[in-house]
Design a protein around this ligand. Structure first.
Ligand code: 13P
Length: 244
């Protein structure tokens, strides 16, 4: 069983949504595989409608932590849930770097997601500088702990995913080697198991995943699936990743 999540980021025009979603829906999956498409929020309703008779589910790329109110430009987890989506990406490195999502905001967004009965896909990952400093496990540990802190009980009962996305591998074509990714995933799993008392949590890898590297990555014991950016914008590439 594997989980294939697509993060379209700010890509795809309205005229292209149907072809991309139906191309993925039409791909034959094994029953235990799960596919999550995260389009820009303006396409959420259409994506929910196009996937309603399929195994494919829909997630938002970001939601605000308040339920409603005077927050111009934002959308709430509750809105996304009522549209029929089931996941929300929380703490993506682009949100952390470009939009000021810090540990405290991410922690609140995780809770807001759970309160709307959605499942968070919590993203963590080190920068190149942090990796080269040698102490990046401390960075990853702190990202995990600060995202879930205070929500351990409710998260224990919920379905949620962790995505390890090394910042240096996102959109750069530089993928973590299977060994590098496996080492980090094993570390993340051991930390999660101690926080959540043995609960089995799926951990996705993200960062330049392509048809050519997906098979080897997925062979690693602690890699349960992928969060794919660029290659999720092509039916051919994304379905090839699903078949890898
Ligand atoms: P790329 O697959 O384009 O490197 O993006 C990864 C990512 O950020 C998914 O959330």
């Amino acid at each position: 069983m594997a989980i294939y999540a697509a993060n379209w980021k700010m890509n795809i025009l309205p005229s292209q949504v149907q072809e991309l979603v139906t191309g993925i829906v039409d791909h034959k999956l094994s029953d235990s595989d799960q596919v999550i498409l995260c389009p820009p929020s303006v396409y959420l309703q259409e994506a929910v409608n196009l996937t309603s008779q399929s195994q494919v589910v829909i997630g938002a790329q970001n939601t605000y932590f308040e339920v409603s109110g005077a927050y111009t430009g934002e959308i709430s987890a509750k809105m996304v849930a009522e549209l029929g989506a089931t996941y929300v990406i929380v703490g993506h490195s682009e949100r952390r770097q470009l939009f000021g999502d810090n540990d405290q905001i991410i922690n609140k967004k995780v809770l807001a997601t759970l309160e709307a009965s959605l499942s968070p896909i919590i993203c963590i990952g080190e920068t190149l500088e942090q990796r080269e400093s040698g102490d990046f496990y401390t960075v990853l540990e702190s990202q995990i702990v600060s995202a879930v802190s205070g929500h351990e009980t409710v998260l224990s009962a919920a379905d949620f995913l962790i995505a390890y996305e090394p910042v240096w591998a996102i959109g750069t074509g530089k993928v973590a080697s299977p060994e590098q990714a496996q080492d980090v995933h094993a570390f993340i799993r051991s930390r999660l198991e101690s926080i959540f008392n043995e609960k089995k949590i799926s951990i996705l890898y993200g960062g330049s995943v392509k048809p050519s590297n997906a098979g080897e990555l997925l062979l690693q014991q602690d890699i349960d699936g992928f969060l794919v950016g660029g290659a999720s914008l092509s039916v051919a590439d994304f379905t090839a990743i699903m078949s890898a």
